[in-house]
Design a binder for this molecule. Structure first.
Ligand code: AP5
Length: 216
């Protein structure tokens, strides 16, 4: 079983949704930099206030801040059972830093799952996304509706629209993806770690495809 994994893809490709599905089946530590920043923003910590000033405009949080956060999280003992990195790395300096951290903690990356999706669909998904304020479960106003309007099926929390899920921020996020994150596809291909999946297929189909790959 492959267990030290990076989940990569543009905003809206389905990283968070798939991560939650995979974690129901596999005992892995989920390390989502987006979720960590949103938690800090909710708690209005120093990190949260700093992150908010970048995230709300669609910009990336500076590398040194993000790398330090992930380094600390990866160094904890629970990651020995395996981890799913979601949204990290997304720049070349982050990928290089991760390579060093992985050597230091003797937990090498075993696979990079790259979710491919076209821009029109990314915009549709992000503009219709709603998220649970309590547990972070993702929904969609057309394709992944909760049983009761505005209420999370899992924990009963209220659903809301993220403040970076607007047209203006999304444009900036997609630009960052192309300029900063897309080059990592070649980076991981060169290291024979990259596996591409078409995220335009139905979620259960995609989940089964990724699941069979992880069990290889
Ligand atoms: P982050 O939270 O990581 O956001 P993101 O990468 O922009 O990705 P999203 O959460 O928007 O999308 P997703 O791929 O998880 O899609 P989802 O599953 O929700 O980061 C937020 C911000 O934090 C960044 O912009 C940046 O500022 C900062 N940040 C984070 N990490 C950083 C780093 N390493 N360095 C610097 N800054 C960092 O799905 C979207 C919607 O589509 C949902 O409604 C879902 O229901 C639907 N959907 C998903 N898959 C399917 C499917 N197969 N079919 C139909 N619908 C689907």
């Amino acid at each position: 079983m492959i267990k030290n994994i990076i989940l990569m893809g543009p905003p809206g490709a389905g990283k968070g949704t798939l991560a939650k599905m995979l974690l129901k089946e596999y005992d892995l530590v989920h390390i989502s930099t987006g979720d960590m920043f949103r938690e800090a923003m909710k708690a209005k910590t120093e990190l949260g206030i700093l992150a908010d000033s970048y995230i709300s405009k669609g910009h990336l949080v500076p590398d040194e801040v993000t790398i330090a956060l992930v380094k600390e999280r990866l160094s904890r003992e629970d990651t020995l059972k395996g981890f799913l990195l979601d949204g990290f790395p997304r720049t070349l300096p982050q990928a290089e830093a991760l390579e060093k951290i992985a050597i230091e903690i003797s937990r090498p990356i075993e696979a990079v799952i790259n979710l491919e999706c076209d821009q029109k669909e990314l915009i549709r998904r992000i503009s219709g996304r709603r998220v649970c304020k309590v547990c972070g479960a993702p929904y969609h106003i057309d394709t992944l509706k909760p049983k009761v309007d505005g209420i999370c099926d899992t924990c009963g929390g209220p659903l809301y629209q993220r403040n970076d899920d607007n047209e203006e921020s999304l444009k900036v996020r997609l630009q960052h993806y192309v300029v900063d994150t897309k080059p990592l596809i070649d980076y991981y291909e060169d290291r024979n770690l990259l596996v591409n999946f078409n995220s335009l297929v139905a979620l259960d189909v995609l989940f089964d495809e990724i699941s069979s790959f992880l069990k290889k």
